[in-house]
Write a protein that binds this ligand. Sequence first.
Ligand code: HEC
Ligand code: HEC
Length: 235
Amino acid sequence: MSIRTFLGPIVSRTIFAALIFLAGLWPSDARADHASFKEEIFPILKTYCLDCHAPDGAGYEASGLDMRTHEGLMKGTRFGPVIVPGDAFSSNLMVLIEGRANKEISMPHGSYRQEPTKQDRRILRAWIIDGARNSDDFRDKVTPILEMYCHECHLSGGIGLQKSGLDMSTYEGLMKGTKFGPVITPGDAFTSNLMVLMEGRSEFGIHMPYIEQRGLSKWEKHLIRVWINRGAKNN
Ligand code: HEC
Ligand code: HEC
């Protein structure tokens, strides 16, 4: 009965991989998904699982799996973890959600018919493949990029801070903006001056980083754009 030994032989793993590849579901750009636990993963678990997987819920009572936090989710059931970071295929969480376990124990439970959509499953799968991290957008994605490309001139003593007043040493400084006002409009990356400058869309020909050749990669700009569009939160 144990689903912990459920994992099929290598053959079925290969067939499974081939099938989702053919179905176009393979997260070939798992990196592009790079989901945030708080913003994307938790809401999915909340919709489909939390009713039963929090204290007093049947799932929690029976298995010990508490999905209220990243910590609880990663801890797993009283038998051990249900997520293997980097390996969605062998993670029991996906085994159950994808109906690859014994039918009686597929999740959400039998009578509870609301199954995660394909899109939701794809997001969960990509998140696990990506390491199942409890990453926050600002701290883990945006800050390292600003440190690498902007801090040099936008910390105290830097020429960028001196000339424009934009102090990037803290979230508050970044949101405060320059002496003329904010450079980030939460929810709207397109009109945020920070993006305008980094994307070379300024009509005055100013470009950031100041030295154009040291520009950000497409991927790095994408991460910042996503963070702004999600509300530029201090998360
Ligand atoms: C209607 C209640 C209910 C919902 C909703 C629910 N579960 Fe469960 N879950 C249970 C119960 C009850 C058990 C204990 C099952 C058992 O031991 O047979 C359980 C056990 C589990 C286990 C451990 C299985 C094992 O035997 O080790 C996992 C993993 C799990 N659930 C994942 C999920 C996921 C993921 C979702 C949402 C997609 C979900 N559950 C939604 C009731 C629920
Ligand atoms: C080599 C130094 C340098 C680096 C690196 C740098 N900046 Fe600047 N930044 C400046 C200078 C100098 C100014 C003032 C420009 C001016 O007024 O002509 C400035 C001004 C700005 C302004 C305000 C523009 C205005 O006119 O209101 C923003 C926004 C900005 N920088 C963002 C960034 C971002 C984002 C990065 C990193 C991707 C970055 N900067 C990296 C030197 C730098």
